[in-house]
Ligand binder design. Sequence first.
Ligand code: GAL
Length: 660
Amino acid sequence: MLFGASYYPPHRDEADWSADLDTMVAAHVNALRLGDFAWSRLEPRDGEYDFGWLDRYLDLAHRKGVSVLLIPPLRCPPAWLFNQDKSMAIVNESGVALGFGSRYTFCINHPLFRRKGLELASRMAERYAKHPAVIGWHLDNEYGDEPDCHCPVCAAKWRDWLRNRYGTIEALNAAWGTVFWTMEFDDFEQIHTPRLTKTYHNTGLLQAWRHFRSDCTVEIVGLHAEAVRRHDPVRPITTNLQCLHNPRTNYHHLRKHLDVVGMNYYPAYGPTARANSLGIAVNRGVLGKNIHIHELRNGPHAVPGRPNNAPAPGEIERLTLHTIANGADAIFYFQWTAVRFGPEQSHGTPTGYDGLPNRNYPEVQRIGQKLARIAPALAGTEVRSDVAVIYDFPSRWAMQTGEEWTGPAALHNDHAKKIYNAIRLLGVNCDAIGRDGPFASYKLIVAPFLSCLDEALVDRLVDYVQLGGTLVFHPLCGMKNADTEIYPRRLHPKLEKLFGIDVRDFTTAGPGERAPFSWAGGESHGELFVDLVKPGEATVAARFRGGWWDGYPAVTERCAGAGRAVWIATFADEVFYRDWIADQLARIGVRSPLGYVPPAGIEVAQRVAEDGRALLFLINTTAERQSLTLPAPMRDLWNEDALSGEVSFEPWQVRITAKG
Ligand code: GAL
């Protein structure tokens, strides 16, 4: 278990390094991530590398027993490099070249920029491959976070990418339907990047552009990884992905370049944090194994008036253990020391502007001490789930091609989080997988959205159900092909057969309008969209009540092979999902490890090991006291306590229990 923070030696006087490390060691910190944004200090002038300060820092850290995840920086070059060739500036959709300043304003495809960045990574890997403090490599920071670039280098690369994807201009025109608004191209050279225009770009073009931009990021991550691996084939390579707010990169495609997936996690403090762990599940799903939390908030953000910006006492512990419960094997807080200058002066940290412990430090120290104690019990345990939601980047991109066509901008994530949260409220683990995920590992897969299909994916979905899986679809699922063209019957023909329904007709609802339906005697409602389903071979499990669509099916299901295909004809409310999924779980034999549905205020998650060891995390997600009844006597490893029967929880309190 790695426990530490981000640290920026160049932000501190060298004379303070030792004392800073002492505050870390006293808090049981055993690892740091560092090196990001340090290019101007690592190569102060073209070709003149200065590794002296890093040598001294790594030696010192090693002497104090602190390891380092070393970050070769890449997407923030120094001023001298930018001034050699200003064409490396990102050109935004309005055609404006971004100015030097801020960060990630440079084109990741620019040849000089790439060459210099990769050279730096190579030199760092060569120099530190055998340094005893270095335990792994962390590629740059938040890959994919820069704006889309429309510069000539990108435009030419885009056209090559299109040639490669479509082969002929006729094929591209047909795939995108460029005849609409007389947009047909005669030659690949005529194809523009989606710059600012009067109204909507062609959706096929936009979807292809998202694939292209994602491929550019995947490519640079691959090159960066290669530059490091050439000199250090041994130590693991990771990087910090983001938590759902920035969907520019298909994280599933990064799988081939990373040994460990890491992510940043900044959910709002307060009881809503649980739904955000969908982001952890998505990142965990990239490699299908435990992850690192590379940046975790840990103190009050010093900006007055922001909601849920400051942790109550105990909440840092709750947030930290929530990430571990959901599969984190490394915690790095952001960052160890408050910075007196620059744009992030307001960030909460365990030590202050003077480098001395802040109010939250003892809490961090307590977490460190307890983690060190329970690390052996955590070792080898991971999150395993019988249930998954689909979180598919191409589907999300297609949901973002303009509100005019796809509804509220937050719809994709809100709907996905609602379903994920409903499942987690039942006390069962839930994974999040993309279209290429291991479907057969799950008994139940819920697709909040899944579109832009290809034939191979359709076949995999059909096989999944035939072989015994339960697959749940919603409006807009299965409707478009990979180029965003809608199937003539609004559903791929093989899926129409699988679900046994006709969904050609539909209606939409405005903000606040509800589409009530009843299921199992309870009153539920849908929002925004209602498929006016005509059941063929499917049976109707719930019907809408009221409105002119009264009597239309709200939920249908069809048994196919050994499994079932379920269609929920609207975006339903969370209570419905909770109750309906509970019923599904009972049907497929999945139970919470508690044996019953936990109180809503307590997060329940389980990590298990190959050898059968199971750790049950019980986390009070509220500022109120909570209680629950344990099915059997348990040991509370976190609090060194023996528990049985009814157990109470202080606000935000965490328990990690094991049998025996
Ligand atoms: C992260 C970023 C860090 C820092 C932090 C502030 O997204 O990786 O460099 O800016 O946000 O919250």
